[in-house]
Ligand binder design. Structure first.
Ligand SMILES: *Cc1c(COP(=O)(O)O)cnc(C)c1O
Length: 372
């Protein structure tokens, strides 16, 4: 029997492990020189824009909302097809989540539906780049400008992705990344925020650590309510080792995605009734390789049958508006039909840096057995 093939797995190289060991021995294991170095490297990659790191992608988005001054009574538009964190942060700051349905092809939020959902209380949009696939960024920012909205890009899955040759994160308003274990590059847990102005950087640092600011030559003051969201040097050491491989990781994932298309075959959709992702090898970092199953098989059945071939399948995501917490706020079945359909049948096939062509071949052979 073949070894178990998970849908995702981090790869930490020996140089990174050595750097973590060195950090542990250094006597400085919380936020320090490694965090500063990681932020500097990220900032260079994002075209010199200021960057601050945090201990999760979730708190990174929450802090961006706080910096933007978004709170009680404000509406924030986002997609139902994301990790629940994307909507939870809106509730966390006391604002009102408003969903707009997705585009069935890209599976990202439909910008025409975003525009239709804007009211006089709308303050921000949180677009999500599912699987690392960017939106039409020109259209997104044209809408933001027209209605004077802030944008907090949930680019948790999109490090290494580009738009017209520019890295996601190097342009736009706030851009939030996650370095959770399964993301294209990881710090085990962590996040980073690309900011606009020195004033925003000051606020980011305050919200990150109890609201503390320096005042005078030896004093500190606290003038806003901050939390405890700083990244450790241990995490940053992992991040630096991972970041050095970003180009390689992105390139390898794109090659794997191409191999999937080749082996599934040009008639795959016609033959099986399943839907492939858009064929994009220029912009998407292929964080996930997702297909939408035909209605002839349920997702649990598909996952069970793939498991019999020792192949792990993930699912990203269940529609957020149908979770109890959101139903209690008035959302219900039928409100976002495309999200509901995609959310019911979407699966993530194995896709990670250490994966080989043989792994793709195994997966495609199993799919052929399962879907015909
Ligand atoms: C991973 C992820 C998050 C949350 O990031 P954490 O680092 O786990 O807090 C949010 N949104 C999306 C789309 C994600 O993939």
């Amino acid at each position: 029997m073949n070894h178990f093939l998970p849908f995702s797995k981090p790869t930490i190289d020996e140089a990174t492990i050595a750097s973590v060991a060195e950090t542990l021995r250094s006597g400085w294991i919380t936020s320090g020189p490694k965090v500063a170095e990681f932020e500097k490297k990220l900032s260079e990659y994002f075209g010199g824009r200021p960057v601050r790191t945090f201990n999760s992608g979730t708190c990174t988005m929450e802090i961006a909302l706080r910096i933007a001054g978004i709170g009680a009574g404000d509406e924030v538009i986002t997609t139902p097809i994301s990790w629940v964190a994307t909507a939870n942060v809106i509730l966390e700051v006391g604002a009102i989540p408003v969903f707009a349905d997705i585009d069935p092809v890209t599976r990202n939020i439909d910008l025409d539906k975003v525009e239709a959902a804007i009211t006089s209380r709308t303050r921000a949009i949180i677009p999500v780049y599912l699987a690392g696939r960017p939106l039409d960024m020109d259209k997104l920012y044209a809408i933001a400008e027209k209605y004077k909205l802030r944008v907090i890009e949930d680019a948790a899955q999109a490090i290494g992705s580009t738009w017209q040759g520019k890295p996601i994160g190097s342009f736009g308003d706030f851009i939030s990344f996650s370095f959770q274990a399964n993301k294209n590059i990881t710090t085990s847990e962590g996040g980073a925020l690309v900011l606009n102005t020195p004033e925003e950087v000051v606020l980011a640092e305050k919200y990150r650590l109890q609201g503390v600011s320096r005042s005078g030559w030896d004093g500190i003051d606290v003038d806003v309510l901050g939390g405890k969201y700083n990244m450790t040097d241990i995490a940053a050491a992992i991040g630096l080792g991972q970041f050095a491989k970003l180009q390689d990781i992105t390139a390898h994932r794109r090659v794997l995605a191409q191999h999937y298309f080749k082996l599934l075959g040009v008639d795959f959709e016609k033959r099986t009734g399943a839907q492939l992702p858009p064929k994009d090898f220029a912009n998407t970092n292929w964080h996930l390789f997702q297909i939408v199953l035909p209605d002839t098989i349920t997702r649990p059945q598909f996952m069970e049958r793939m498991k019999a071939f020792n192949i792990g399948v993930g699912f990203h995501y269940a529609p957020i508006h149908l979770f109890t917490l959101y139903r209690e706020r008035g959302f219900k079945e039928g409100m976002f039909p495309i999200s509901e359909q995609v959310g019911r049948q979407i699966v993530s096939l194995p896709m990670f840096y250490a994966m080989t062509f043989i792994d793709v071949e195994r997966t495609c052979m199993a799919i052929r057995e399962v879907l015909g």
